[in-house]
Design a protein around this ligand. Structure first.
Ligand code: NAD
Length: 315
């Protein structure tokens, strides 16, 4: 009988010091893999199997040398803060598109698999809920800069899928739906928690009845790893929780858990004051494909995840 030895791989992770990048690198290292991490931020991971490069994804020479030496390229670097889609539109487009094009080209050249983090924003304002991976996309006008992120990510998706068809690129595209947990920065969940811990009002854009499906980071990382282990090829997956919460509910739960005296302030003009803003009412992932392929479904409740995040922020 053949020995069931663990297969060690070399992973190259861009955006390795980001919220998802850090959790992913730690999981890979825990599983005994070798990881090359690249980020413009300072390294926070100490491990003999982790080699860190404080640099930018615009350094194409460095990208080439690291892609050459790796088995799997995880391209996670990006800008995921909604406010920046409105204030730093060209930067969001440049960062999402230019290095991704180079990385795809290099993955084709050196025959490496690419794992790319795309977004639930791909579906835009579509009302065909839940969103199926092959479902339609419905975006607003280019006058609204908020769609720059969705459009840039979808362009990279197109390029990856096209190279999978004509150049045999091996890939997985993850469409992430509001992943949260310790280490998250610049999104609604950490914003509300920090406000609550500081007894400041929780400002909600619009009515607060817009919903999101919040996925705890451990569920997300479990899905990534199961997909990697099964060696699934050339697929796009929704990675999300199907349970919806209104933004108002999220605020109420955070107020309850933290015991804060903070109040909810509705219809704040935080994002609406930018002319490029339009909101998305609902974003719900369809789970059928991922359930069928890897038998994954999220197990952590929102309250459990929020308690962990609050504990991390107050330790
Ligand atoms: N968290 C989510 O819910 C979510 C949802 C949809 C998509 N995504 C995608 O997942 C990926 C990771 O998101 P995240 O939530 O961890 O965001 P994050 O902002 O925490 O991580 C992104 C990382 O990219 C790094 N980066 C930015 N510019 C860089 C550059 N020029 N060179 C090298 N590194 C650079 C940042 O320093 C940061 O560490 C992104 O591509 C994002 O678009 C995340």
């Amino acid at each position: 009988m053949r020995k069931n030895r663990k297969q060690k791989k070399v992973f190259f992770v861009t955006g390795a010091m980001g919220f998802i990048g850090t959790h992913w690198c730690k999981k890979l290292l825990d599983e005994g893999h070798i990881v090359y991490g690249l980020d413009i931020k300072k390294n926070t991971i100490k491990n003999k199997n982790f080699k860190f490069f404080k640099n930018t994804v615009f350094n194409f020479k460095l990208l080439e040398s690291l892609i050459k030496k790796s088995n799997i390229v995880c391209h996670f670097a990006g800008i995921a803060e909604p406010r920046l889609y409105l204030t730093n539109t060209s930067e969001v487009i440049n960062l999402t598109v230019k290095p991704s094009f180079k990385i795809v080209e290099l993955c084709v050249k050196y025959k490496k698999k690419i794992l790319f983090t795309s977004t639930s924003e791909i579906y835009g304002k579509s009302t065909k809920i839940p969103f199926k991976e092959n479902g339609d996309r419905l975006l607003g006008s280019t006058n609204y800069s908020r769609w720059c992120y969705s459009t840039s990510k979808s362009l990279v998706e197109h390029l990856i899928i096209a190279n999978g068809e004509d150049k045999k690129l091996d890939y997985i595209i993850f469409r992430l739906f509001n992943v949260y947990g310790p280490g998250l920065k610049g999104r609604v969940v950490d914003n509300f928690i920090i406000k609550a811990l500081n007894q400041k009002p929780l400002l909600i854009n619009g009515s607060g009845n817009q919903t999101r499906c919040f996925l705890y980071i451990d569920d997300c990382i479990e899905a990534f790893y199961k997909i990697f282990k099964k060696n699934i090829k050339k697929e796009v997956f929704n990675i999300g929780q199907s349970k919806e919460h209104t933004i108002k509910d999220l605020a109420k739960i955070i107020i309850k858990i933290t015991g804060t005296k903070s109040k909810i302030v509705l219809k704040s003009n935080q994002l609406y004051k930018f002319k490029g803003f339009q909101d998305i009412d609902r974003r719900v992932p369809d789970h059928q494909k991922i359930k069928k392929k890897i038998n994954w479904k999220p197990i952590y409740s929102l309250e459990y995840g929020l308690r962990n995040m609050i504990a991390d922020l107050t330790k």
